[in-house]
Design a protein around this ligand. Structure first.
Ligand code: PLP
Length: 377
């Protein structure tokens, strides 16, 4: 199999699975138990938290474990709106956020919140000037992703944090960094981001574990799950120790030769881009600079067919995360592409383990697909 869909999820390396197995079978104590195995696990969870916080450049006590990126996004939105409940009911976000942000926003719109969805340019980018123009006195929350999962565009999160400070705005800033963490610069504490969502399974960790960074401007954050008091009372539920161990191990592995891994992914992306554009009839989609995500369109060839046919040959790519029944995803729609270009958008996403040969095989398969079909009229 040739796996080029690492923005959807990633395989778990053996060392990560081993770390998890050890916790599941031997160090299985509940961190709340009083006997040594429990006490040891409590300390282990804190060690693992420190590993992930270290990679994010924040204090360990600012990081809270959740069950996934989606949960982190939902919690951040709720916590911000609760803190600013007397300040206003206006939310700024982008039209190309993951549904883990857009769906809660739709729900909130039905409850009287006003949502401004910033539209990207044709290049897929959002500017800080757009945020400045949308900012109001009653803006309670700005939620902006760090890296778009379909185009790889890097959004101006740092600049938005600076803008909110400069304007003395009470609006809290949440950043969904599920695709950005350990792929592009990411420094919530240094930038002054109030909350940042992470997810382990995008970087070689297991599914079912995420984290939320909560910064100092969040006074008494609203608990997501009141209960037994885990995660300093904010997110109760017995700690998912094996998943947390796997998350930390995955981060440690990614940290080894970190710069080389990023450079390798960026070089693969460039190699792939150049080869695909050389085929003719393929156009770039957006100008994403994240090293691991490449979006292009095989103009006039519906992406759902491409993905299915390549999948049958053991080559995994994606047609955009929300491509249902041939309908373009909300991200592709927001780019304002013509019908044939929008129909043909595919996403190729890399891990440090991919090779030039993977890209070569992909290009051969795409060319064969195109040569054996008629384009849409
Ligand atoms: N945010 C972004 C940008 C994503 O790409 C994803 C997953 O695809 C999520 C949030 C959701 O993360 P999880 O699968 O951990 O819930």
């Amino acid at each position: 199999m040739i796996y080029l869909d690492n923005a959807a999820t990633t395989p778990v390396p053996r060392a990560v699975a081993d770390a998890m197995y050890q916790v599941l079978t031997e160090q299985f104590g509940n961190p709340s138990s009083q006997y040594p195995m429990g006490v040891e696990m409590k300390a282990a969870v804190e060690r693992w938290r420190a590993v992930i916080a270290g990679a994010l450049g924040c204090k360990a006590e600012s990081l809270y474990f959740t069950s996934c990126g989606t949960e982190s996004d939902n919690w951040a939105i709720q916590a911000a709106l609760w803190q600013n409940r007397h300040k206003g009911k206006h939310i700024i976000t982008t039209a190309v956020e993951h549904s883990a942000v857009l769906e809660p926003c739709k729900w909130l719109a039905q409850q009287g919140y006003e949502i401004t969805c910033l539209k990207p340019g044709r290049d897929g980018n959002i500017t800080v000037e757009q945020v400045a123009a949308a900012l109001r006195e009653d803006t309670a929350l700005v939620s902006m992703m760090l890296v778009n999962n379909e185009t790889g565009c890097v959004f101006p999160v740092r600049e938005t944090a600076a803008l909110l400070r400069e304007k003395n705005s009470p609006a809290l800033l949440h950043c969904d960094a599920v695709q950005g963490f350990m792929k592009v610069d990411c420094d919530p504490e240094g930038w002054g981001v109030d909350m940042m969502s992470l997810s382990a399974h995008k970087l070689g960790g297991p599914k079912g574990i995420g984290a939320l960074y909560i910064g100092g401007r969040m006074r008494n954050p609203r608990p997501l799950l009141p209960g037994g008091g885990q995660e300093r009372g904010l997110r109760s539920g017995t700690e998912a120790t094996a998943q947390i161990a796997g998350f930390a191990k995955a981060v440690e592995l990614r940290q080894e030769h970190y710069e080389e891994k990023l450079a390798h992914m960026a070089a693969l992306k460039e190699y792939c881009r150049a080869k695909l554009l050389d085929m003719g009839g393929v156009v770039p989609v957006g100008s994403g600079t994240a090293p691991h995500i490449l979006a292009v369109s095989l103009v006039g060839y519906p992406s759902a067919n491409i993905v299915t046919e390549l999948g049958a040959q053991g080559i995994c790519i994606s047609a955009g995360s929300a491509c249902h029944q041939g309908k373009a995803s909300h991200v592709v729609s927001a780019l304002g592409l013509d019908k044939k270009t929008a129909a043909g958008v595919i996403r190729i996403s890399f891990s440090p383990d991919n090779t030039n040969e993977d890209v070569d095989a992909l290009c051969v398969a795409l060319k064969a697909h195109r040569d054996s079909r008629f384009p849409m009229l």
